[in-house]
Design a protein around this ligand. Structure first.
Ligand code: NAD
Length: 327
């Protein structure tokens, strides 16, 4: 039986991962501890489908808590580390929570993993650590040149993780994925922000000229790739994960407007985000060649399913948008 500690297990991607591990087709010989501080982005409802599962334990706690993390690590074999402050706009307003969780929290987990010889330790990084690229794509050997405070804090965690491998031989594996979308994503991120606003008949804000390019990947494909790296990846390696669907934001918004039966009149161009990276694109031939990864959900199908989920699950997101409006 493998005992896996999943940090950020009540967030968007972490909860997909936990539900996948414990759902039909999961590995079976596994127990999962989901450690989550339940910040504004963490939501116990994300784990409702696996609530009461005999192989799941939920721990409400902070990855920066030295004693808690040390005690938990002693009872686990592996770590998949999703917990993070994850919204770029918030990091531009105040980076302190990003440094605390994404850097100090990651260091705390790594140090405890080293003390208790826990590995693999999979650090879920992001394609944003590479910074913007005008054309072509970043490979895993490209330099990290993060631009936003969010990306800088993720790059610090990424480098700390790989440093623990090089210095101490800890079995660390890193994934750097492009933009995710799908059900259960907090409605501050682009796709659920647009979907929830448009379904409510309201306006949604599009940054700058709408020409920023992102590569969209359905969360189930990301989670499958993380599982490939946890089970078959190499120690000390980073793996890019891409979707193969690079798209300017205005084209993505056009797809969302259509999928929501909405109107372009509901889209409002707003002043660009400060330091807004123009284009991200990762080369994912390493994970494709070594581990047989292929994205399986095309954007049109994934987007239609996502919009259908938000239409059918207003009780999940309405309390979140109501609370956000109070901020
Ligand atoms: P999210 O914001 O939805 O979830 C983050 C989770 O971490 C929440 O449940 C939150 O409560 C928890 N958390 C925050 N601080 C914590 C702390 N100090 N201790 C314990 N738990 C804490 O984020 P997400 O979109 O699910 O992203 C998960 C990971 O994937 C992040 O590391 C992010 O950088 C990375 N990633 C995200 C994307 C994307 O498009 N969303 C793409 C690539 C990589």
């Amino acid at each position: 039986m493998t005992r896996v500690l999943v940090t950020g297990g009540a967030g968007f991607i972490g909860s997909h991962y936990v539900r996948t591990l414990l759902g039909p087709g999961g590995p079976g010989d596994i127990t999962v501890t989901a450690l989550d501080a339940l910040t504004y982005a963490g939501n116990p409802a994300n784990l409702a489908p696996v609530d009461g599962h005999p192989a799941l334990e939920f721990v409400h706690g902070d990855i920066c808590d030295v004693e808690l993390v040390d005690a938990l690590m002693a009872g686990h074999d592996q770590v998949v580390h999703f917990a993070a402050e994850s919204h770029v706009d918030r990091s531009i307003r105040d980076a302190s929570g990003f440094v605390r969780t994404n850097v100090v929290g990651t260091q705390n987990l790594l140090d405890a993993a080293l003390r208790h010889e826990v590995g693999p330790f999979l650090y879920v990084s992001t394609d944003e650590v590479y910074g913007s690229i005008e054309s072509g794509s970043w490979t895993e050997d490209s330099p990290l040149r993060p631009n936003s405070p969010y990306a800088a804090s993720k790059a610090a965690g990424d480098m700390l993780a790989l440093a623990q491998h090089r210095t101490h031989g800890l079995d660390v594996r890193v994934t750097r994925c492009s933009n995710n979308y799908g059900p259960y994503q907090f409605p501050e991120k682009l796709i659920p922000l647009f979907v929830t606003r448009l379904l409510d008949g309201g306006e949604a804000p599009l940054y700058g000229d709408g020409g920023n390019v992102r590569d969209w990947l359905h969360v189930t494909d990301h989670v499958r790739a993380v599982e490939l790296v946890r089970t078959r990846g190499r120690a000390g390696e980073a793996y890019n994960i891409g979707g193969g669907t690079p798209l300017p934001n205005r084209d993505l918004v056009d797809l969302i407007v259509r999928a929501c039966d909405a109107d372009w009149g509901q889209v409002r161009y707003v002043e660009d985000r400060r330091g807004h990276d123009r284009r991200y694109c990762v080369d994912h031939t390493r994970i494709t060649g070594e581990l047989g990864y292929r994205p399986t959900v095309d954007l049109a199908t994934g987007l239609a399913g996502t919009v259908a989920w938000y239409r059918a699950n207003r009780s999940w997101w309405e309390p979140l948008t109501a609370a956000a409006a109070l901020l």
